[in-house]
Design a protein around this ligand. Structure first.
Ligand code: ADP
Ligand code: GN1
Ligand code: MG
Length: 374
């Protein structure tokens, strides 16, 4: 008998596990990783000879993703496409892209008796997932995200579903913020006047990327949309990026946003909810190594206008994320999980401090892109 270290979900775990064909005896099922969205488990099997095989079992969050079956269609389309690209360049698709283990009845996912969708994936062994990194690891993640962009450049973007509608529509995020402010359901607006002003003063910034898209300056591509350091698995021996994971928001989007989200998350030395703003600083040195790695991985697949707008991607993803945290705070913390009452406000403040830093160093950020763009 195997152990399940997830008591609140145990009956479901048994039901879900029974739906998949495991190659050997199950020995352990345990909660895994630090993701905030999906229910992730590591499932371990052992053969008679003592060989161990691991899998990642994930229940997709129906709160974040209203149509998980469409998300799975995207997942299959993207990973099948990547598999072919990786094979033709001599790589190992079982390490360099996620893949699925089908259910006993040959489906790509299992829907449990409560309606939650589950998928099973081979565990990419001998890798690590980092929440913060040295410059070398940060650059490795940049090359991997740049390569992801490069490999998907001729994917038929129009065939993908929008798994979260208007996900990086910064203008819409601004409007939703204004609605939350107007409603002010919990009377919290009074305490956050400086943060509210910060957003209102940047209404025009919220249109910069979308306006460039409307004018045809920026192309719509297939992008990851949650391109953070902790969504790349890094090889334990070579310290090179191996595999981009967490593909649930991979859909049509802007390359500058993938670049920007990585900078937002990784080009600093603080936690997202750091209370001491004295410790929250945008690190332009880390920005430089990320830029170098991303452009190397993208291998010339970005247009001159995309390159020109990369620094805007960083500013806008950081501003947008701060707006989302502040909106959630005003609405009573309904979207982002919180561990203490003012966590979304602390998160808002770190993002806005980073935006200010980027605004002040914007010319230097542009110069760095020019230095590495060929
Ligand atoms: P979330 O959307 O909740 O962030 P992720 O898909 O990023 O979920 O998965 C959560 C964690 O599980 C990751 O941070 C990583 O540590 C681990 N993980 C996910 N898929 C794999 C895999 N195929 N092999 C090894 N580890 C994985
Ligand atoms: C959420 O769960 P995680 O950390 O992968 C969010 C991202 C935000 C991030 C901020 C689907 O991602 O967009 O940037 O929190 N993902 C979703 O911490 O909303
Ligand atoms: Mg993740």
């Amino acid at each position: 008998m195997y152990t399940v270290t997830a008591p609140e979900n145990a009956p479901i775990a048994h039901e879900v596990l029974a739906a998949f064909p495991f190659p050997a005896t199950l020995t352990e099922v345990a909660r895994y990783g630090q993701g905030h969205i999906n229910d992730t488990y590591c499932v371990q099997c052992q053969s008679g000879e003592g060989d161990c095989v691991r899998f990642i079992l994930q229940g997709i969050s129906s709160a974040a993703f209203p149509h998980p079956e469409k998300l799975m269609e995207n997942f299959v389309g993207i990973t099948t496409f990547l598999r072919e690209k990786i094979l033709s360049s001599g790589g190992d698709p079982l390490r360099e892209t996620l893949s699925l283990v089908k259910t006993r009845d040959g489906k790509n996912f299992y829907t449990d008796s409560r309606g939650q969708v589950w998928r099973l994936m081979p565990f990419v062994e001998n890798t690590d997932c980092f929440q913060s990194a040295t410059p070398e690891l940060f650059e490795a993640s940049a090359r991997t995200f740049g390569r992801f962009q490069y490999l998907l450049q001729d994917y038929p973007a129009q065939t993908l579903h929008e798994t979260i509608v208007k996900f990086h529509d910064t203008e819409d995020r601004f409007e939703k913020f204004r609605d939350a402010l107007e409603a002010d359901r919990l009377g919290r607006a009074r305490q956050v006047q400086p943060e509210i002003r910060f957003v209102l003063e940047r209404k025009e910034d919220c249109s910069v990327a979308l306006q460039a898209l409307r004018e045809g300056k920026l192309p719509l591509r297939v992008t990851h949309n949650d391109a953070k350091l902790n969504n790349v698995l890094i090889d334990r021996d070579t310290h090179e990026g191996v595999c981009v994971i967490d593909l649930d928001t991979t859909m049509p989007g802007l390359s500058i946003n993938d670049f920007g989200d990585s900078i937002r998350f990784g080009a600093n030395h603080c936690q997202e909810d750091e209370k001491d703003l004295g410790k929250v600083n945008f690190d332009i040195g880390l920005y430089e190594v990320y830029t170098r790695g991303f452009l190397e991985g993208a291998r010339g697949s970005l247009t001159a206008e995309e390159l020109r707008y990369l620094p805007w991607g960083a500013r806008l993803m950081t501003l947008e994320c701060g707006i989302r945290f502040l909106t959630d705070y005003l609405e009573g913390d309904r979207y982002f999980h919180i561990r203490y009452p003012e966590q979304n406000l602390d998160r808002t403040r770190t993002q806005f401090k980073l935006v200010r830093d980027m605004e002040q160093q914007f010319d230097a950020m542009s110069a760095i892109v020019s230095k590495y763009a060929k």
